[in-house]
Design a protein around this ligand. Sequence first.
Ligand SMILES: CC(C)(COP(=O)(O)OP(=O)(O)OC[C@H]1O[C@@H](n2cnc3c(N)ncnc32)[C@H](O)[C@@H]1OP(=O)(O)O)[C@@H](O)C(=O)NCCC(=O)NCCS
Length: 140
Amino acid sequence: MFIIRPYIETDLEDIIQLWERCDLTRPWNNPEIDIFRKAAQKDDLFLVAVKDQFIIATLMGGYDGHRGWINYLAVHPNHQRNGVATALIQHLEKRLIALGCPEIQLLVQKEFIDIQNFYEQLGYDEKEVVCLAKRLIHDH
Ligand SMILES: CC(C)(COP(=O)(O)OP(=O)(O)OC[C@H]1O[C@@H](n2cnc3c(N)ncnc32)[C@H](O)[C@@H]1OP(=O)(O)O)[C@@H](O)C(=O)NCCC(=O)NCCS
């Protein structure tokens, strides 16, 4: 069994290790700064799953007043295919509905496209959009 709770400050190092283990860190994102920025929002949408006092999964949720967002979904390889990611997403969805958020979305890097099946069985459909982005702060 595992519990789901919002991020607290002392989770920082464990989360970075988990993201590295799950190959989610990227050269253009400094994970520590990403976590500080998110924690400063104090929205309790950055969730962790904890089992036997170890962080086994994360889900950085968000709500911008128009759409809910999913980022940094990661489950430790030893705990995958046990429904942890499903439970995190469903937990986030409930929190977003309580905030009045009408729709939730996420961006998937093309290299992760094989997990589209995971999202589809949770009711997420692919949208025909082009994602444009501009980096405003370079963290390194
Ligand atoms: C993708 C990921 C979050 C799934 O977490 P999980 O806790 O194992 O997922 P669940 O156990 O809730 O999976 C539920 C269902 O989704 C589907 N699914 C899960 N992982 C899948 C994968 N890698 N490929 C295809 N389908 C998958 C399966 O249908 C699964 O049900 P089943 O185990 O009964 O077959 C996890 O594999 C992970 O952290 N991967 C590395 C990082 C990553 O890819 N993050 C996503 C970036 S967008």
